[in-house]
Design a protein around this ligand. Structure first.
Ligand code: HEM
Length: 415
């Protein structure tokens, strides 16, 4: 992923799989045929930079391997991005250390334990009623008589409002923090243009300044929010460092912008395309939680992830050498016919929908999985219950991202 776009495009033209995945993903195309082609090339397919896979078992093996790590070269605008990294300051960045996403044991073990103490299932359940009232008030403010873009008016707002509660952002500062978060959020994707890269870096620096003040304010005056609890969390007498706290808050905010919005958008798009599935949910509302997992399986918000090999190893019986890059195509593993019957069917009653790998696996398994599932269930169910005749209008547009997969616009008629 760290390769410049021009190199990837050239590689794609020559048929290289890694090049094709990244180029075709950012075009928003349907990737089913490409996934089948990668799967047909065996448990681990060679690419110009390493290996890739579309098989469920291999994806799990990659994500749980001790020889493969998340640490990667600084992402960004290809060579220019890496040049900029030489002069980089130590501002916190969602995909740079000490972000949880890219540190490894032993640091990761202690750090993750501390964060998990606060992000418990109980803490998420306590946010359920609040999430419902946020969804209800967003739905109240929609104008049902005119077409609306649901990404802008609903899918994008629900997750970030919930995250603002988690981070204890005071109401008076929400608009400012949301603006900073929105501008910094592309940092989770790869291969940004130079212009976007520069703007993201400068926003991250403003966000860092705001966070320093915010953490001081919460220390002086803790509130009933997860970030206040994270500040005081201790494991064997040790807490998170200031930079770890900031990195976690930044990553949680970026995840709020870039992932759950895709879950809601992809879900609305899928359910409007499959009205028979909506009928099933009308007669069996207890299936909404399963429907969210089926959306996650069928059109996952994070298309793929990658690992760097730091010690020679084998994955699915294939040798992987130190320094090679391995991609795990989560979206393709979710269509593996050896795990999912009739994988191309979108079926909200699927008994093993939860076996998808859309939240990853192993030590970096998504910290926000329960939160995202809860928001997905409330967000999707509430809108379809309020507006049962909701219809998609022409003009839906996918986002031109490589790693993340979702809609930029979703024009909709509510009645
Ligand atoms: C990690 C997906 C929502 C916080 C991950 C990973 C995936 C993922 C695939 C693992 C990446 C890898 O192994 O390379 C998703 C999806 C979401 C979602 C599909 C929404 C539908 C959230 C939310 C939060 C969050 C709402 C905020 C609480 C994190 C964190 C990690 C992570 C902190 C890093 C965990 C670690 O490295 O130990 N997520 N995520 N995610 N996610 Fe999520």
């Amino acid at each position: 992923h760290a390769l410049p776009r021009a190199v990837l495009r050239l590689a794609a033209r020559r048929g290289d799989l890694q090049g094709r995945i990244t180029v075709e993903a950012s075009s928003g195309a349907d990737l089913t045929d490409l996934f089948n082609e990668i799967r047909a090339r065996g448990p681990l397919a060679a690419t110009k930079v390493g290996h890739t896979t579309a098989r469920h078992a291999s994806v799990r093996e990659i994500l749980t391997s001790d020889a493969l790590v998340t640490t990667r070269p600084r992402y960004g605008a290809g060579i220019l991005g890496r040049l900029a990294a030489w002069s980089a300051t130590d501002i916190t960045h969602p995909v740079q250390p000490p972000s949880l996403l890219v540190v490894e044991p032993p640091q990761h073990t202690r750090y993750r334990k501390l964060v998990t103490r606060v992000f418990t299932a109980r803490a998420v359940e306590q946010l359920r009623a609040r999430t419902q009232s946020i969804a209800d008030s967003l739905l109240d403010s929609l104008d049902p008589t005119n077409p609306v873009d649901l990404i802008e008016t609903y899918c994008g707002l629900l997750p970030v409002t919930v995250i603002s509660e988690i981070l204890g952002v005071p109401h008076s500062e929400r608009a400012k923090v949301l603006a900073l978060g929105a501008a910094a959020a592309p940092s989770l994707d790869m291969g940004l243009s130079w212009r976007v890269f520069r703007s993201v870096e400068s926003t991250l620096s403003s966000f860092d300044t705001w966070l320093t003040q915010h953490l001081d304010a919460l220390r002086a005056n803790p509130g009933d929010n997860l970030l206040s609890r994270l500040i005081t969390a201790r494991e064997d007498g040790e807490g998170l460092t200031e930079r770890e706290l900031k990195a976690t808050a930044g990553l949680v905010l970026a995840a709020g912008f870039e992932t759950t919005v895709n879950l809601l958008g992809n879900g609305i798009a899928l359910l409007t395309q499959h009205s028979s599935q909506l009928e099933v949910l009308r007669s069996r509302p207890d299936l909404w939680a399963n429907a969210v997992d089926e959306v996650l399986r069928y059109d996952p918000p994070v298309l793929m992830t990658g690992r760097m090999c730091f010690a020679d190893t084998t994955i699915a019986g294939v040798p992987v050498r130190r320094g090679q890059f391995v991609t795990a195509v989560l979206a393709a593993a979710n269509r593996d016919p050896s795990v999912f019957d009739n994988p191309a069917a979108f079926d909200v009653t699927r008994p093993n929908a939860r076996d998808h790998v859309s939240f990853g696996a192993g030590r970096h398994y998504c910290l926000g999985a329960q939160l995202a599932r809860m928001e997905g269930e409330i967000g999707l169910r509430s809108i379809f219950e309020r507006f049962p005749d909701l219809r998609a209008l022409p003009g839906a547009r996918r986002r031109p991202t490589r790693i993340l997969r979702g809609f930029e616009r979703l024009p909709t008629q509510l009645y």
